[in-house]
Every structure is written in structure tokens, then in C-alpha cells.
Design a protein around this ligand. Structure first.
Ligand code: ADP
Ligand code: MG
Length: 731
């Protein structure tokens, strides 16, 4: 049997797996494998507990002796959970998580041993990080990277199978010389920066605010494919997407999958995944079918950004592991199937105070609403000023397939705010003028207050086409790719909004000091100016329409469709001002990342081009030629026994049609190899990425077109690759 039909058979005959939850009450096992502050209180001395809590809350350092105590408490807890090993768990520039396990066991001289875990092992690790992408941050002779404990994200015990138990400690990853080589370090810096910038602005409205934290609730979209079918598709295994494949006659046209009843096999997967995730303190709250057949989504309750990012990284890892137990494979690629919806990872973002206020939630008093409007308008202004940076932070070879395609947000960054708030902003912009006395101000703030409904959440119109939409009490950054870590988009968002809030505070204070304006009047005046400045970024219409692309161009907004160019936005003067100026990255770190991301872009295209060439030459052409032989043989036989030529004309035409595609394919594969070789010679990463985009990538599409035509005519039993209908509909 062919590999394809063997796979189809296997996929078709999977037994239903029965999943048992530890208890019918999630609260019985939620966060059971997390070293939470409650657990900590139990396992640590009072002083150690206080010290860690202080570190979590205020970022203070945990002293060495205290670290010893914490390590010993953590070890005791983890061993009770069955852990034999510990690891620092970090997020290098691969975009994945990394771990290197060490055992607690330490041999002693008399052929015996004990379990140990020291404070220094908790606080700092030294994995040999020489093979992680670094963009020249670290010369190989000092190939050491350090990991350092991040107490603000809790340690957890990862369970693998019935006996693999490892204590995982979230850490940052930095080079010997102190440069960050990961996604977490800049994220933490951006969080601290935003906090420092936002607190003084909050204090205009409430003296009691001491802390502001950005919050993140991600929505993770993904596809599931049967394992046997997956392995019969080298392109899925190697590149994460189908490089070939004609769309099925029925795809998502009928919208019959979206929010439909969840297939039982997938349901079982979701149940087991959720159980594992919940035990690890990932508060998954939503599951449903997405638009494309085979596409699904998970979403949790939101959390503080750093923890939420870690949870998403951990979840993606878990999703892959659990899928294996169900003979499934998860596809995180942004566009695994041509012609069907791709997958995104919507990042819902807001800011919360330590007094329990969501700063992007309209309040119940005029003063609270002015606070809301302040953060709302400053965020819009930040996006307007830095839209290119926002575009850059979601750039990747895989997300390029999604951005600008007709079901995904376009590559043009714009902000949707809904009709109510559009009107409110318009009123501020027209009614704030001249010297405003107390009376004017009160009038206007009351006026604004009355316009904003208490619960905007249920009132906001939804615009699913916007890359950055206000959804009632948060902004939803929808253009983030499904395979990406949330860390970078969050780092950028925190940084640009922080940067904006610093400027805002300065302007308001100047008006108060120099122009003797009252505080409310000063705030309103600066907001008015920002509203006027930011008009070009506000867009309420259909972002997918051609008219918008034209309009956006008139407004001077960028529309950069490919990552080779979008990534260059990281090193513009403006980006450097914000990112280097506020110490989120050093110049060195930023340039290194620019290089790493360009290189990753090039390598992804290179791998796809190689894989495609191989599949065409070793699978598609042999199958097609076999079919050509069958056809020719049949024509020959018909001719031999004297059947009139017109009776086998259709077959001859088919032979001609197929042969033309075969010739074209051969030709294109050779040309693609040559284009690749030429691009490979370029030393400069930016030039190389651009050459790959311009000269190599078009061949991928051209080749695919021919193969997909062949798929429709070559005998089904000879076709070597599982077809879309099999990949998508066998569940
Ligand atoms: P959608 O309709 O787009 O699926 P939902 O209302 O279901 O949106 O919420 C999406 C996500 O937004 C959830 O993960 C939720 O936790 C998150 N979210 C809600 N409030 C906030 C907030 N203040 N900050 C960050 N994320 C939030
Ligand atoms: Mg969604």
C-alpha cells in the first residue's frame, strides 16, 4: 500500500481515547504543580517568604542566604511531587523554550548519595548556550550564556509520562558580557519601564496608585492533523505548512465548522490538554472550533504580561506533547493550508493598577473617565507614532502568508475604536479650546462621562478586520502570528506606550507650571492635540478592502507586506529612540536581533525551497510520469488493435496537458535552485533576505500552481501526498 493510503487508513481507524479528569472540580487541581505564593508560605521560613514576595512585587534582589532557603523549600516541594531533576526554563531567540535538566542527586563518597539543590543553582545557571541564535552577540570563545532566576514567574513541576518530573524555574538568558539573548529580559525591562511611566500619570487622578502592570490575555489558534497523515507530508514535518495541495471542493465556504460541535477525538485532546494546563496554573477558559476545518482555539483568563507570556509558551509546548498521545499533530504555522483561514494569536492588552483599576476600562465617575481617556488616547498616539515598529514586531516568514491575505488583518497598522468613542474624541477635539475655566472643564468632563456607557464592553461594535481594535476594556492586537511568542509584541507595546506616557506627563506638567493651567484643563488640552495628531491611524471601515489600501496610502501609513523589509523598521532612528533610549535594548542587542530575525526569515524560505524541490523531484514527478506511462501504454495498445484515433484523442490531449506541466516544473525547479544559489552568495543578511523574498519566493508559488493542477488530473491512487480533504476532514 502507498504511504498515503496507509496513512489514510490509520487516521480513519483511530480508537476513541477516553480521558479522565482528576476531579470534576477544576479548583481541586488548579495550579497543583505550581510553586505558588501559597505553597511558598508553607515551605519557606517567614523571612525567606517575605523576601521572595518582595522580589515578585517590587523586583528586589533575593539575597544569597535567602536563595539557599528558597531552593531548599522548592526542592522539598518538587520532590514531594516526584521531581528528580531541576532545570532553568528560558526563551532564547529561537522563539521556543529551552531547558537543560540537572539531577538533584549528588553522590557522596561511600557509594551513597543525597538530593541537593543550592541557592546558587536556583539563582544562576550556565547552560552551554553557544548554539542559540545570537546575531554575533557573543564571540564563540566566550560561548557562555547565563540564565538567571525570574521570581516574578512561578516555578512549576513539568510531568512527562508516568515518571518524568522536573522542577522548572523560569529564567532570563544573558551573555557572558551581560547582553540579553532571549525574549524575557527585554519584556521585563519594558514592563518596568511602562510601570515607571504610567504611575505618575495615574497619580494625576489617584495618589494611591503605586504600581501599574500591563496585562495580557492571548487567544491561541491552531490546527490539528492526524499523525499518520502528517508524517506522509514531508512539507508539514519540515516546514509546518503544506507547500503543495489543491484546495478541497468543500473548504470553509459553508462556515459549518466555526463554533460547531467539537469532534470527539479533538474533544478528548482538549480535555487532556486542559487538565495538564490547569495543573500548571494556565487558566484556560475557552475552547472552540475556529473558521477553517481542522482549526481550533484556546483562550485563558488574562494575567500580568510576563506570566501570561510564560503561560502561552508553556501551553504551546504542552499542546505538542499532548497531541502525540492522541496520535495528532498541532500546527502552529500561520498558514498551513492555502486558501483557508490562517491562525493568529490575538493579544488582548491592557494596564492595571495595584488599586484594582483596569486603566482601559471606562469608569463610573467623570474623573475615572478622564483617566480612562488619558490612557486610551495615549495608546492610540503611541500606535500612531510607532506603527512601523508594531508592524515589525509581528514580522516572520510564516506570518507574511497571513497578513494581507483576505481573512487576516492587513500589513497596514490602524486602530479601530468604535462609534461611541469616535464621537467622544471628536467632542474633545472640538470643545476643548482657549483658556478653560473650572466651569468649562467640569461641564466637558461631565459631558464626556455621560457619553461613555458604564459598560462599554457590551456596547463596542466589533471590527474583526482591524489589526488593533479596542474591544471595550482592552486593545486586541490581532495581527500577531499563531506561532510567535507574545513576548516581542508585548515588549514593543509596553515600550511605545511607556514612551508616550513620559512625553504626555512632560507636556501636561509644562502647561500646569508655565501656563498656569488647571490640571484637568492641561490634560484635556494635551489629549486634544494627540487626538488631532493621531487621526490618520484611526480607521473604522473594512481593513480587507482595496479602498482602504488606497486610503491608507493617502494618509501616509506604511503597507509593508514582507518581513525582509518590515524587520528593517527595528533599526530606524525612531525605533532606536524608543527602544534604546528607554533601555529596553542596547544598540548591540537590537542590531543583533535584527540580524537574527533576518537570518531566520532567510532560512525559513531556504528550507521551504529545498523541501519543495525535493518533493517535486522525488514524489510529484515520479508519480506523474508513472501516470503518463499508463496513459501512453493505453494509447499505444488502442492504436495497435486498430481503434480509430479519435477514440483516444482525449487521452492524447491529457498526455499533452500533463507533459506541459512536467516540463514547466522541471524548468522551474532548476531556476529556483539557481536563484537560491545566487542569493546564498550575499553576505549581508538584509540583502540576502531581500533576495530570497524577491527572487526565490515567487518560485514557490509558481511551482505550486503546476503541481496543484496535476493533482486534479493524475490518478488518485497514484498521488503520493495526502490531499487537503484527507488532512482536514479525517477526524
Ligand atoms: P474574543 O471575542 O475576541 O474572543 P473575549 O472577550 O473572549 O474576546 O476575550 C478575549 C481575551 O481577552 C480573553 O483571553 C480575556 O482573558 C482577555 N482579557 C479580558 N480582559 C482583559 C484585560 N483587562 N487585559 C488583558 N486581557 C484581557
Ligand atoms: Mg478568535
Amino acid at each position: 500500500m502507498s504511504v498515503r493510503f496507509d496513512a489514510v487508513n490509520k487516521a480513519y481507524n483511530r480508537p476513541q481515547i477516553d480521558v479522565k479528569r482528576p476531579s470534576s472540580k477544576i479548583s481541586d487541581y488548579y495550579a497543583a504543580n505550581v510553586f505558588t505564593t501559597d505553597v511558598m508560605r508553607h515551605y519557606l521560613s517567614k523571612d525567606a517568604y517575605k523576601s521572595v514576595l518582595n522580589s515578585i512585587k517590587n523586583g528586589t534582589k533575593v539575597e544569597r542566604e535567602v536563595a539557599d532557603q528558597v531552593a531548599s523549600g522548592m526542592k522539598a516541594w518538587a520532590m514531594e511531587k516526584g521531581a528528580t531533576h531541576h532545570t532553568h526554563w528560558f526563551q532564547p531567540l529561537t522563539g521556543l523554550t529551552a531547558e537543560k535538566h540537572d539531577t538533584f542527586f549528588t553522590p557522596t563518597d561511600s557509594c551513597k548519595g543525597i538530593e541537593t539543590f543550592s541557592g546558587s543553582a536556583l539563582v544562576q545557571g550556565e547552560p552551554d548556550g553557544s548554539s542559540f541564535p545570537s546575531g554575533g552577540l557573543r564571540a564563540t570563545h566566550e560561548a557562555r550564556g547565563y540564565t538567571a532566576w525570574d521570581p516574578s514567574s512561578p516555578a512549576f513541576v513539568m510531568e512527562v509520562g508516568s515518571s518524568g518530573r522536573t522542577l522548572c524555574i523560569p529564567t532570563i538568558f544573558i551573555s557572558y558580557s551581560g547582553d540579553s539573548m532571549d525574549y524575557k529580559t527585554p519584556l521585563l525591562k519594558s514592563q518596568q519601564f511602562l510601570q515607571k511611566a504610567a504611575v505618575p500619570v495615574c497619580n494625576y487622578f489617584d495618589r494611591n496608585v503605586e504600581k501599574v502592570q500591563p496585562t495580557l490575555g492571548w487567544e491561541q489558534e491552531y490546527f490539528l492533523v492526524d499523525e499518520a497523515l502528517y508524517y506522509a507530508r514531508p512539507d508539514l514535518v519540515v516546514t509546518g505548512r503544506t507547500l503543495l495541495g489543491h484546495g478541497p471542493a468543500k473548504g470553509q465556504q459553508l462556515d459549518d465548522h466555526y463554533f460547531g460541535s467539537i469532534p470527539e477525538r479533538v474533544y478528548a485532546y482538549m480535555l487532556e490538554l486542559e487538565t495538564e494546563a490547569l495543573k500548571l496554573g494556565i487558566p484556560i477558559s475557552t475552547r472552540h472550533n475556529e473558521v477553517a476545518p481542522g482549526q481550533y482555539e484556546f483562550a485563558p483568563v488574562f494575567d500580568e504580561v510576563n506570566r501570561a507570556v510564560d503561560q502561552n509558551q508553556l501551553l504551546m509546548d504542552l499542546m505538542k506533547r499532548v497531541a502525540r498521545r492522541h496520535n495528532l499533530r498541532v500546527l502552529f504555522h500561520e498558514k498551513p493550508f492555502a486558501g483557508l483561514n490562517g491562525s493568529g494569536k490575538h493579544n488582548n492588552w491592557s494596564m492595571a493598577t495595584d488599586t484594582g483599576i483596569n486603566l482601559l476600562s471606562p469608569g463610573q465617575t467623570p474623573r475615572k473617565n478622564l483617566q480612562f481617556l488619558t490612557f486610551f488616547v495615549n495608546t492610540i498616539k503611541a500606535i500612531h507614532e510607532n506603527s512601523d515598529l508594531l508592524r515589525a514586531c509581528i514580522a516572520s516568514a510564516s506570518n507574511d502568508h497571513r497578513l494581507g491575505a483576505n481573512e487576516a488583518p492587513p500589513a497596514i497598522i490602524s486602530v479601530f475604536i468604535g462609534s461611541t468613542l469616535t464621537q467622544v474624541l471628536k467632542d474633545i477635539s472640538t470643545k476643548v479650546k482657549g483658556k478653560m475655566d473650572e466651569y468649562d472643564q467640569r461641564d466637558l468632563t461631565l459631558d464626556i462621562h455621560n457619553q461613555i456607557p458604564d459598560v462599554l464592553l457590551d456596547n463596542t461594535d466589533r471590527n474583526r478586520t482591524s489589526p488593533f481594535a479596542f474591544t471595550g476594556n482592552k486593545f486586541e492586537f490581532r495581527a500577531v502570528g499563531s506561532s510567535a511568542s507574545c513576548a516581542l509584541p508585548m515588549t514593543i507595546l509596553n515600550s511605545i506606550v511607556g514612551n508616550q506616557l513620559v512625553a504626555f506627563k512632560e507636556e501636561v506638567d509644562t502647561l500646569i507650571k508655565d501656563k498656569k493651567e488647571a490640571k484637568t484643563a492641561a490634560i484635556l488640552k494635551v489629549l486634544k492635540k494627540y487626538i488631532n495628531d493621531s487621526q490618520p491611524i484611526l480607521f473604522e471601515g473594512d481593513n480587507y478592502s482595496d479602498a482602504w489600501a488606497k486610503e491608507a496610502k493617502k494618509r501616509g501609513l506604511s503597507n509593508v507586506k514582507t518581513s525582509d523589509q518590515a524587520l528593517d523598521f527595528f533599526v530606524t532612528k525612531k525605533a532606536k529612540e524608543v527602544l534604546i533610549g528607554n533601555n529596553i535594548f542596547s544598540e548591540h542587542e537590537l542590531e543583533a536581533r535584527h540580524e537574527v530575525w533576518l537570518e531566520q526569515y532567510t532560512m525559513k524560505l531556504q528550507i521551504e525551497a529545498r523541501m519543495l524541490g525535493e518533493m517535486v523531484s522525488s514524489q510529484i514527478l515520479p508519480a506523474t510520469i508513472q501516470y503518463l506511462n499508463q496513459l501512453s501504454e493505453s494509447v499505444k495498445q488502442m492504436k495497435d488493435i486498430g481503434i480509430p484515433a479519435k477514440s483516444y484523442k482525449a487521452q492524447k490531449d491529457l498526455i499533452k496537458y500533463i507533459s506541459e506541466h512536467v516540463t514547466a516544473l522541471n524548468d522551474l525547479v532548476v531556476k529556483m535552485v539557481n536563484a537560491r544559489k545566487k542569493a546564498n552568495k550575499l553576505k549581508d543578511e538584509s540583502k540576502k533576505a531581500k533576495a530570497y523574498c524577491k527572487d526565490v519566493k515567487p518560485f514557490l508559488e509558481d511551482i505550486r500552481r503546476h503541481v496543484d493542477k496535476l493533482e486534479l488530473v493524475v490518478a488518485d491512487e497514484l498521488w503520493p501526498l495526502p490531499k487537503y480533504r484527507e488532512l482536514l476532514f479525517i477526524r
